[in-house]
Design a protein around this ligand. Sequence first.
Ligand SMILES: Nc1ncnc2c1ncn2[C@@H]1O[C@H](COP(=O)(O)OP(=O)(O)O)[C@@H](O)[C@H]1O
Ligand SMILES: Cc1cn([C@H]2C[C@H](O)[C@@H](COP(=O)(O)OP(=O)(O)O)O2)c(=O)[nH]c1=O
Length: 189
Amino acid sequence: MYVVIEGIDTAGKSTQLELLKEKLPYAIFTKEPGGTPLGIKLRTMALNGEAKSKIAEMFLFMADRAEHIEEVIKKYKNDTIISDRSMISGIAYASALSIDELINLNLIATNNTLPSHVILLELTPNELKFRLSQKENDSIELRGIDYLINIQNRMKETIKRLNINHIIIDASLKIEEIEKKIEDFINGE
Ligand SMILES: Nc1ncnc2c1ncn2[C@@H]1O[C@H](COP(=O)(O)OP(=O)(O)O)[C@@H](O)[C@H]1O
Ligand SMILES: Cc1cn([C@H]2C[C@H](O)[C@@H](COP(=O)(O)OP(=O)(O)O)O2)c(=O)[nH]c1=O
């Protein structure tokens, strides 16, 4: 089972992952970017905003993804893998290209490996604004509310086009309510 938790910055992914770690101690927890030794270096480059070219930035994330698929997802394919982000973020954040072009590129990076379960935590613009105001923001988060809401729409569109098994959860629900929905989804209920 290859489960991914998706959502724009501050949607609540880390919060839910911490709860899942307690509940599923046998599962493999991983993330993009930065789930492998090479990925840790690529993550620093990508998040520091070192690339001037948007396309170069996209390829940094895509190199991270290719390594992650090979070194983590395929290696542990018989286990329960739970990943913080996936190609869905890759496609949604790389907004310089069309979703169709990005799907093709990402299927090369992932060797056609798709998640079996996608959990998308969805924020309203107001809740996003509040949560961003509560933290120190990195170079991507500094791009603002409209930018991130557009990315969230692209995430929903990408999930639709890839036709993957998914659940969209209102990220403003109580932490425990979200936790229960995720648990039921993973258990196939
Ligand atoms: N369901 C929720 N309701 C209210 N606040 C939440 C909820 N889930 C997470 N938060 C808060 O929102 C902020 C961002 O959450 P986090 O889990 O770090 O998001 P992400 O990993 O998606 O960036 C944190 O301050 C966290 O405590
Ligand atoms: C996977 C991926 C993430 N991103 C962005 C989304 C996030 O802003 C950032 C990854 O950060 P993340 O690890 O989710 O953030 P944090 O450490 O702040 O919780 O990179 C892309 O732009 N493209 C991608 O392909």
